[in-house]
Design a protein around this ligand. Structure first.
Ligand code: OXD
Ligand code: MN
Length: 599
């Protein structure tokens, strides 16, 4: 029944757990051992109180509905707290720790009354890998515990590695809904939006989250630790923590290429990570779908691991057509949050099947039929699935040494202007492409949908320090990698024609674009120089067997100089916000782009 606290010999850990307990005042403390038995027991408790519903037809899978206010990451309520505001930069919300800490202590005071406080020892990355980090999450949410079981490596083995004095990153989470004696619990307890706080104290490697049970706000190993805090540690220690999928592409000759790709939330990262190439003989294996930690190896190349052990993916739009490997991954042992349940008790979401069920209970628990004008599943409904269940998981996905990266891809969702693919002239130009990446916003973050925003390296919501310094870190990694640096590309799968139609079919057909990149690495494919970068030369993209109109292809690869010249001002404005923290080398890149466009 959990890990026995008397076995814990780590004084600092015991002291921290004691401090948190006296502040939050839970009814009980439970140390998680990470066993299947523990998972089953907690799930059963949640089923018994009506919070979880077993899913029909998917063994050991459960369905949850969140509170309607708690459906996505809350960027407005996410803070990076350093003594000097300049250290967090213009893209983060800042608060002085001297102000934020007392405010948070006030909220945490007694916040776990009536609840159990769970202590979750977890490893980001294979346990014991030199790239991995240990965290301890304290939470009062059993939903968080079961999700952490899937998304990270939890339990006794982590405690063994931690020993008496190992380093850990303290992560404190509460749903912010204390219970008075006899008070009935909500099915999804959380605090109202103005009392949600997702706080990071990078100088202390500390995370304090309050008021939300949603994955990105509550599973603290993911965005908070593996990106915001890890990005700060990575800069300090000379490695990289990036919002990137990792995949291995294997050519018919058996040559392996490793690709790490950064796209903003809900731009198809999970689909690309598990993509099934349509080009005969090519195969793809998935290593990770969201986060890459990368270090320079003894041979001077850049090696990547996926710090997570599960996928927390968007359900709407996931189907046997868009992502068959994800659909296979979801057959058992999964958690579904905020989709719909049909009359058989099976999960359903928009885009899953061509025909919707004739009746369902929607994500708010209301009757739903196809004639309703609201969707049955929330657009940011999610699955939590063990990575090992993915049929194309790479045999090296847990290799503690990681895999050597050949190619970086940046991208975003732009209906106009940005071509299907372009290759950077060199590392600095690649960093420029990443630093100016832009995308139309989606449902993964609360706020307006469809605005164009700059999302450098897809890290805008996740970089834990001044983004100007982050760009400098990228440049210095390139300097250290020299000739071993991965080649950098930029893609846009979402360009539309005048008639509003997507011009590129996407999904498995994206393998054609990745193949061109691999051939560029091996100097086997031709490119044409344009002012914005190198694009596939005529005939260089392998389009055999693809039915695509030649005008569509032309439009996909068109570089509209006039429109790009109009884009320069917005890049200048974007760069200007970083003041003297923006590396001069990026201003030089902007000047060069302008010259090339005006030549
Ligand atoms: C995610 C995100 O959940 O980027 O992965 O929002
Ligand atoms: Mn993500």
């Amino acid at each position: 029944m959990g890990f026995d606290q008397s076995q814990v010999k780590h004084e600092r850990l015991l002291a921290w757990v004691g401090e948190v307990a006296s502040m939050c005042k839970p009814d009980a403390i439970y140390w998680c051992d990470g066993t299947t038995d523990e998972y089953n027991r907690l799930m059963q408790q949640m089923v018994n109180c009506g919070m979880a519903i077993p899913v029909e037809g998917r063994p050991n899978s459960f369905y949850f509905r969140s509170d309607p206010s708690d459906v996505a990451r809350v960027e407005d309520r996410t803070f990076i707290s350093t003594p000097q505001q300049i250290e967090t930069g213009p893209t983060n919300n800042w608060m002085d720790p001297a102000e934020l800490k007392p405010l948070m202590r006030g909220l945490y005071d007694g916040c776990m009354r009536g609840r159990t406080m769970y202590v979750i020892p977890f490893s980001m990355g294979p346990i014991g890998s030199p790239i991995s980090k240990i965290g301890i999450e304290i939470t009062d949410s059993p939903y968080v515990v079961v999700n952490m079981h899937i998304m990270t490596r939890v339990g006794t083995r982590v405690m063994d590695v931690l020993g008496k004095d190992g380093e850990f990153i303290p992560c404190l989470h509460s749903v912010g809904a204390p219970l008075a004696p006899g008070q009935k619990d909500a099915l999804w307890p959380c605090a109202p939006i103005e009392r949600k706080f997702i706080c990071h104290f990078p100088d202390e490697n500390l995370i304090w989250s309050y008021g939300s049970g949603y994955g990105g706000n509550a599973l603290l190993g993911k965005k908070c630790l593996a990106l915001r805090i890890a990005s700060v540690i990575a800069r300090r220690e000379g490695w990289m923590a990036e919002h990137m999928l990792i995949l291995r592409l294997i050519s018919p000759a058996g040559r392996r290429y490793h690709i790490a790709a950064a796209f903003p939330s809900a731009c198809g990262k999970t689909n690309l990570a598990m993509m099934q190439p349509t080009i005969p003989g090519w195969r793809c294996e998935c290593i990770g779908d969201d986060i890459a930690w990368m270090k320079i190896g003894p041979d001077g190349r850049l090696y990547a691991i996926n710090p997570e052990s599960g996928f927390f993916g968007v359900l709407p739009g996931t189907s046997y057509e868009s992502n068959p490997m994800a659909m296979e991954t979801l057959k058992a042992n999964c958690i579904f949050t905020n989709c719909a349940l049909d009359d058989r008790g099976e999960v359903w979401w928009e885009g899953m099947t061509e025909d919707p069920p004739s009746h369902a209970i929607d994500w708010k628990g209301k009757d739903w039929t196809p004639s309703c004008d609201t969707p049955a599943a929330h657009p940011n409904a999610r699955f939590t699935a063990p990575a090992r269940q993915c049929p194309v998981i790479c045999p090296d996905w847990e290799n503690p040494d990681g895999v050597p990266i050949d190619i970086f891809v940046f991208g975003g969702r732009r209906a106009k202007l940005v071509p299907l693919v372009c290759e950077a002239f060199d590392w600095d130009h690649g960093v420029f492409l990443g630093a100016t990446a832009s995308s139309e916003t989606t449902a993964a973050n609360i706020g307006a949908v469809g605005n164009v925003r700059r999302d450098p390296m897809a890290m805008k919501p996740f970089c834990g320090y001044n983004m100007g310094d982050y760009f400098s870190h990228w440049l210095s990694m390139g300097d250290r990698l020299g000739n071993n640096a991965p080649k950098i590309f930029y893609t846009n799968w979402f360009r539309k024609g005048e008639d509003g139609r997507w011009l590129w079919p996407g999904f498995g057909e994206n393998s054609r674009v990745l193949k061109w990149m691999c051939e560029r690495v091996d100097r086997m494919a031709a490119a044409r120089e344009t002012p914005i970068g190198r694009l596939p030369a005529d005939g260089a993209l392998d389009l055999r067997g693809l039915d695509i109109a030649s005008e569509d292809l032309k439009e996909l690869l068109r570089v509209d100089k006039e429109a790009w010249i109009r884009e320069l001002d917005s890049i200048r404005e974007h760069f200007a916000q970083f003041g003297d923290r923006l590396p001069q080398r990026l201003w030089v890149q902007l000047q060069k782009l302008e010259q090339r466009l005006k030549e």
